[in-house]
Write a protein that binds this ligand. Structure first.
Ligand code: SF4
Length: 362
């Protein structure tokens, strides 16, 4: 069993990003973490867990103490395997040497840095808030902090990418001796600033032939550097493939506490082993505490897309949905109505308990 913890906060939205993340909502990180802990307690039934993955968003916006608290909650709720892989996605502009030492001490043992490009002008055009030098420094700090499993994520086909520029991106990243490289093809997602710029003729992205050539270049350069391809977009040194992702791709059971994911497979007794889906729910107007119970969504629905500016939704902690059967659980919450153990919000303006299930339990 794997656990994915979604941290849907970013300092700003990148031009190409349609992921479920929110900018300018850092003040909600602490209550989100608290609610995430509650959901972990709810879904945890002592299942053996081999990997925990902090994904985002920007998980490195969490304080090390919050990372540690979430891992402690996981350790209490699940049976964490010895040598469990604990991954954190990290933004180079959000870390320093002390931070990386502290999250290493908290239990994170694998880092995945969002580097994306080896060119500062491209990073600026895409709204990335770090430089190539910062990314290089972050990888060096990670090594100094004791991480022996460090990955970099790259995107090919960004505006302005040519074969030569992509080669130099690869060369720069490989010079840092990463254990793992993810190279993803740029997708121009509808509704993003990049899509609007492309539609307006302000940006040009690579056509299929160029994308194929860049992909082939990546394969050749990464293989030459000793990284083995183990998935369409992922290469790793021997023994450094991401165990979490490998399990997910093989259809392993995954628990997805957190805001932006959709379902649980093999989740044990919770909701009959499946979760219909988290819902982004309230818009900004409701974000001030007048949120409504979550609407229904279909089983297996994809993650929700944030508004382009990333500010449209409050990053509500992701509750489970679909009729939790754990009535009478010892984990009934103080703020709950007492009739069920579903997660509920202490500060809801509603007079009665409303739970994370699709319908109120009362
Ligand atoms: S790509 Fe940018 S906006 Fe999207 S999740 Fe990563 S840091 Fe946040």
């Amino acid at each position: 069993m794997e656990v994915y913890l979604h941290i849907p906060f970013c300092r700003s939205k990148c031009a190409y990003c349609a992921l479920h993340s929110f900018a300018g909502r850092e003040r909600l990180i602490a209550p989100y973490v608290a609610a995430l802990q509650q959901e972990i307690r709810c879904v945890g039934a002592g299942q053996r867990v081999d990997t925990v993955y902090f994904g985002g968003g920007t998980p490195s916006l969490l304080a090390p103490a919050q990372v540690g608290a979430l891992l402690e909650t996981c350790a209490a709720a699940f049976s964490l395997a010895d040598g469990a892989e604990i991954t954190m996605e990290a933004h180079p502009a959000t870390v320093d040497a002390a931070y990386l030492r502290d999250v290493r001490a908290a239990g994170v043992n694998r880092l995945s840095f969002g580097v994306e490009s080896g060119h500062d002008d491209t990073l600026r055009r895409m709204g990335r808030t770090h430089t190539v030098a910062q990314a290089q420094q972050a990888v060096a700090w990670a090594r100094a902090a004791g991480f022996d499993n460090v990955g970099v994520d790259l995107i090919y086909g960004l505006p302005g990418d040519t074969r030569a520029r992509w080669r130099s991106t690869l060369a720069r990243a490989l010079a840092w001796s990463p254990d793992h490289v993810s190279a993803y093809a740029l997708a121009v997602e509808p509704g993003t600033p990049l899509a609007r710029r492309v539609a307006a003729g302000q940006e040009r992205v690579g056509d299929g032939d160029l994308m194929a050539a860049l992909y082939a270049l990546a394969g050749a350069a990464l293989a030459e550097a000793g990284l083995q391809q183990y998935e369409l977009s992922n290469w790793a040194r021997p023994g450094k493939a991401c165990r979490h992702n490998v399990s997910v791709w093989r259809g392993g059971g995954v628990l997805w506490p957190g805001r932006g994911r959709a379902r649980v497979r093999g989740g044990g007794p919770l909701c009959g082993g499946r979760r219909p889906g988290n819902v982004p729910g309230p818009d900004a107007r409701r974000a001030a505490g007048r949120a409504r119970p979550l609407a229904r969504r279909g089983r297996g629905a994809p993650p929700q897309r944030a508004r382009d500016d990333g500010r449209g939704d409050v990053p509500r902690p992701a509750p489970h949905g679909g009729g939790c059967r754990r009535a009478g659980s010892r984990r009934a919450l103080a703020a709950g109505c007492g009739r069920c153990s579903a997660q509920s919000w202490r500060n809801s303006s509603r007079s009665a308990c409303w739970s994370s299930t699709a319908t109120r339990c009362a």
